[in-house]
Structures are given as C-alpha cells and as structure tokens.
Design a protein around this ligand. Structure first.
Ligand SMILES: CC(C)(COP(=O)(O)OP(=O)(O)OC[C@H]1O[C@@H](n2cnc3c(N)ncnc32)[C@H](O)[C@@H]1OP(=O)(O)O)[C@@H](O)C(=O)NCCC(=O)NCCS
Length: 184
C-alpha cells in the first residue's frame, strides 16, 4: 500500500521506519524532553522495545503516526493522531520534536497543521483534542497557533518531581478549523 507523505515548507511527515528507533531511544532518555511527556522518570527504552513500538504503530488502524523530517531529510520527531476509528469521529493529538536544537523554530506548529488538516479533510474527523502539562508553554502556544482552544484543566493531575501540575485540555472542531482556513 502506498504510504501517506505530507509536505510543508519546513517539514515532511512520512511513515515511521525501523531505522528511526535509535533516535527515539536517545530522545526519550532525555529528561528535558520527557518532562513534557507522560514518560518522565521512566526506565530507559531499549532499542528492541522501540522497534516493537514502531512496528505496532504501523499496524494499528486506530492510530496514525508520522515521523517528522526537516525538508532536507533530518529526522527530528514524530506526530500522531490516536483513536481515529472512534465512532464519535474524534481523535487525540500528540507530538514530540525530540531533537532540542529544533525547538521554537516553527517545526512543531507546521507538523501539527499538516496532520490536523489531514485529520479533518481526509479522515473526516469532527474534533481533535489534546492534553498538555501546564508548564509546557511552548506547546500551548504552538497549539493555539494551529487553532486549538483551551477547554478546561484537570487540576493538580500530574506529579512531577514532587510537585503537582495541572493538565490542560485543548480541542479544535472541524468547522472552526475550516473557518480559520477560509479566513486566511
Ligand atoms: C511542543 C512542541 C511540539 C512545539 O513545537 P516547536 O517547533 O518547538 O514550536 P513552534 O516554534 O512551532 O512554536 C512555539 C511557540 O512558542 C514560543 N516559544 C518558543 N520557545 C518558548 C519558550 N521557551 N517558552 C515559551 N514560549 C516559547 C515560540 O515563540 C512560538 O510562538 P510564536 O511563533 O508565536 O513566537 C516542541 O517544542 C516539542 O516537541 N517539545 C518537546 C516535547 C513536547 O513538549 N511535546 C508535546 C507534549 S503535549
């Protein structure tokens, strides 16, 4: 089957490859990255576990996960929609730019826009939502630029290094997204 590739100005979204596994292991061993994810302070992932994860991502029908490459072919992260087979036509959004050199330069926002567009136009989703830890300001700014709105928060939901933090819930509806596109 032909795999989907989504092209932007700064990034290309492509299928995951088994050879991506070593980079995921490296990124997910870095607490400066994982403190923004649900994987903080967890034991290091082995290459075998990461290769298994990649194989599973490629087989599952309810998840679409892309590797994020820069336009010149450097692999810098991944972005996904999960629960895409939900009868409610909603899905959750998740992203990681694992290579810290590429943070804060618009790569994550463009990758997000590409997969959200794919979710609404091709997968015919009605709503896409995400969870983000309150101190992840960079993430929240990026999601707002894509068009997500804050819908609420789970107060003191996450315990990180002995401190409780809110989990912020953000969401975007298809009609809001299309309206934003038409107003450009
Ligand atoms: C969250 C993430 C996907 C955002 O992607 P990115 O490419 O770094 O973000 P962008 O450059 O597209 O946009 C970030 C916005 O935050 C701002 N920003 C950048 N660094 C910042 C910082 N240290 N603090 C606050 N805001 C910051 C940028 O200025 C930009 O807004 P602007 O364009 O209006 O100026 C990426 O940083 C990442 O993967 N981080 C680590 C893992 C993670 O947080 N995953 C998401 C878990 S919910």
């Amino acid at each position: 089957m032909k795999s989907t590739v989504l092209r932007g100005k700064k990034v290309v979204l492509r299928s995951l490859k088994l050879s991506d596994a070593a980079r995921f292991c490296q990124w997910l061993a870095d607490p400066e990255v994982t403190k923004f994810l649900d994987m903080y302070n967890q034991p290091a992932l082995t290459l075998a576990a990461e290769r298994k994860w990649i194989t599973q991502q490629r087989q599952r029908k309810d998840i679409i996960t892309f590797a994020i490459d820069t336009i010149d072919g450097t692999h810098i992260g991944s972005v996904a929609l999960r629960h895409i087979t939900s009868p409610h036509r909603h899905a959750s959004y998740g992203i990681m730019i694992g290579d810290k050199k590429y943070w804060g330069q618009g790569y994550g926002t463009e990758a997000g826009k590409l997969i959200i567009d794919y979710g609404f136009r091709k997968l015919k989703l009605h709503r896409i939502y995400l969870y983000v830890i309150a101190y992840n300001i960079r993430g929240q700014k990026s999601y707002e630029k894509i068009g997500f709105k804050v819908e609420g928060r789970f107060r003191e939901h996450l315990l990180v290094d002995g401190q409780y933090h809110d989990r912020v819930v953000m969401g975007i509806l298809k009609n809001e997204y299309l309206k934003k596109q038409n107003n450009k």
